[in-house]
Design a protein around this ligand. Structure first.
Ligand SMILES: Nc1ncnc2c1ncn2[C@@H]1O[C@H](COP(=O)(O)OP(=O)(O)O)[C@@H](O)[C@H]1O
Ligand SMILES: [Mg+2]
Length: 315
């Protein structure tokens, strides 16, 4: 269990994060979402004990990161944002180097090596120089380095940044698989990725937590707009105007009616579901409804709203 309490970090005048709170439960995959400059890397570097907080505290399994860095580094595997590799080493040597730094040698190294080769799918490249690897394989090797000591917690900072679409899918699958056994925090500035991989998300903007919950929870609290697509016949312009008079919450966003036949796009706030009233109005007005479909406000809208309307990323 990871507790982040009232955590702040400033670099001189820059407040990178300000009094943030969130919790990561055991076994959970937490998506740590926010635009560039939101403070994701800073937070992750504090949790992994590579940076000290300016205020507040972080505990990992009840151990304070400020006091127990060595113990916490044993429990955490960390894939930094700029995954630093030695290009001139062979993949196998790179892994041995990381293992040695954790005192994993001899038989224990052999065992660990087989495990990470298997989990991360890096058998083909194990005798290749790191500098010759594709970006996808570099990330796999980075993950292998992060889990060489079989930690319970994995912290991945923008693990799919710079990958092509196929590699992104592969790395996501790998993260999901690792998430079955481990507690994972994965940062990203891409909502879709977090939605696909994570159980829960914390959204950061301007160094502050602006949302925390499952996709469903976040949506439930989001008063966005619902859109209703209607294909109709026999709908007079007067009756369309009449609809917006009767229901003042409804706006007509598109109207391509010709002689009463065509498409209408209606919009209203998701707080009230007006489909039934619209249906009855249509029947009363003699419209023939050929099609009626609703588009719900999307989580993207919420993300955009939270991260743009709150002032956007740091300059
Ligand atoms: N070492 C540093 N010195 C000065 N400012 C920093 C440093 N690291 C991060 N920052 C600033 O802190 C803010 C948050 O950065 P960061 O945590 O890297 O965000 P993210 O990972 O979400 O893109 C940014 O404004 C960034 O410029
Ligand atoms: Mg970052």
């Amino acid at each position: 269990m990871i507790h982040v309490e009232n955590l702040s970090k400033h670099f001189g005048e820059v407040n990178a994060i300000q009094e943030i709170d969130f919790t990561v439960n055991d076994g959970e995959i937490l998506g740590f979402l926010g635009p560039n400059g939101a403070g994701k890397t800073t937070t992750l570097r504090i949790i992994t004990t590579f940076l000290t907080p300016s205020g507040g505290r972080v505990t990992v399994d009840d151990l304070d990161v400020a006091e127990h860095s060595a113990e916490i580094r044993k429990r955490i595997g960390y894939l930094p944002e700029l995954n630093p590799l030695y290009d001139e080493m062979l993949v196998y040597e790179q892994l041995r180097f990381v293992a040695e730094s954790r005192n994993i040698v001899g038989r224990w190294f052999t065992e660990a090596l087989h495990r990470v080769i298997d989990v991360c799918g890096i058998k083909e490249v194990i005798h290749r120089p790191v500098g010759e690897l594709s970006k996808g394989y570099r990330q796999r090797v980075g993950l292998a380095m992060a889990i060489i000591h079989d930690p319970d917690i994995l912290i991945l900072d923008e693990p799919s940044a710079g990958l092509d679409p196929n590699q992104i899918v592969e790395i996501r699958e790998l993260i999901k698989q690792l998430g079955r056994e481990k507690t994972v925090i994965m940062s990203s500035h891409i909502l879709q990725e977090v939605q696909e991989v994570a159980d829960r998300m914390v959204i950061l903007n301007n160094g502050q937590v602006v949302a925390d919950g499952t996709t469903a929870e976040l949506m439930a609290g989001f008063e966005g707009k619902a859109s209703l697509n209607l294909d109709v016949k026999s709908a007079s312009e007067a009756s369309v105007t009449g609809l917006t008079r009767k229901f003042t919450d409804i706006k007509v966003r598109e109207n391509s009616l010709h002689d009463g036949h065509g498409h209408l796009l209606l919009e209203y706030s998701t707080g009230h579901d007006l489909r039934e009233q619209i249906f009855h109005y249509a029947v009363e007005s003699g419209w023939i409804i050929l099609e009626m479909s609703r588009t719900q406000a999307k989580l993207e809208d919420l993300f955009r709203k939270l991260t743009i309307e709150n002032g956007g990323p740091h300059a």
